[in-house]
Design a binder for this molecule. Structure first.
Ligand SMILES: [Zn+2]
Length: 247
């Protein structure tokens, strides 16, 4: 049941057609795993918490650096050298004290990924490297948890939603590695993509709208264009091929 405080706090979204108190109740029950407290993780977590998602686990193994501050908006000048998830959790708590926030300072590895995401309803891919994205993709498929992908580079970004066994997965789309290391990025790009991921997550939880599945959304900020690339499940996909055959 929603309290009087919650009904007032979330009033403007509850009155959205198809959302209602039921949708808000679903948000309140939702447990969201956010991989990364950086450029994407900051806006995703802020908007999910502002919307009243019940429980958030945010994980990142890094500390705040000066060069993070152009885009990682939960980390401020005074947070340099602080553990990122601590800095993020503190601000997120102040944003909405009703939400349970779990901050984990750890690196996501093949050995711990299943344990970390177990019991969660959604996984948000707010990472900055493909190997970790693949770990999340595999775990999401194995554990039947939807995955909300986002990636940024300079003024460009991408987003896609993956429903295990039903839609194309990250491995179907990307296959193989993408260059690693320091990449260019301006803060507005993860803000746009992170908000798209959060919107997808909210729609999925509430059960409204049409998800960004089997479509890779590419945002080109320099020319201010959104392009949609149709993607298909690959029946021979290393990660989801067996699931495709099963259904
Ligand atoms: Zn696949």
């Amino acid at each position: 049941m929603l309290t009087r405080y919650e009904l007032e706090r979330y009033d403007r979204q509850i009155i959205i057609s198809g959302f209602g108190k039921e949708g808000q109740e679903k948000l309140k029950q939702a447990k969201v795993f956010i991989a990364g407290a950086g450029g994407l993780g900051c806006p995703v977590s802020m908007y999910l918490i502002a919307a009243g998602a019940g429980m958030i686990r945010i994980i990142d193994h890094e500390k705040v650096e000066l060069s993070n501050l152009n885009r990682q908006v939960l980390h401020w000048s005074e947070d340099i050298a602080r553990i990122k998830v601590d800095s993020a959790a503190e601000k997120l708590n102040r944003l909405n004290q009703e939400i349970k926030i779990e901050a984990i300072k750890e690196m996501i590895t093949e050995a711990n990924v299943s344990q970390l995401v177990a019991g969660f309803d959604l996984i948000i891919d707010a990472m900055d490297n493909l190997p970790t994205r693949y770990l999340l993709n595999k775990a999401a498929l194995e554990m039947n948890i939807p995955l909300f992908h986002g990636a940024v580079y300079g003024f460009e970004g991408r987003a896609m939603t993956i429903i295990p066994g039903k839609t194309a997965c990250l491995m179907c789309v990307y296959k193989g590695a993408i260059a690693e290391g320091k990449f260019p990025v301006i803060g507005v790009t993860p803000a746009v993509i992170g908000c798209i991921q959060a919107a997808e997550a909210i729609k999925y939880i509430v059960g409204i709208g049409k998800l960004l599945t089997n479509r890779l959304l590419v945002y080109d900020g320099l020319n201010m264009k959104f392009i949609e690339l149709k993607v298909k499940k690959d029946p021979n996909c290393e990660h989801c091929g067996h699931l495709v055959k099963k259904c």
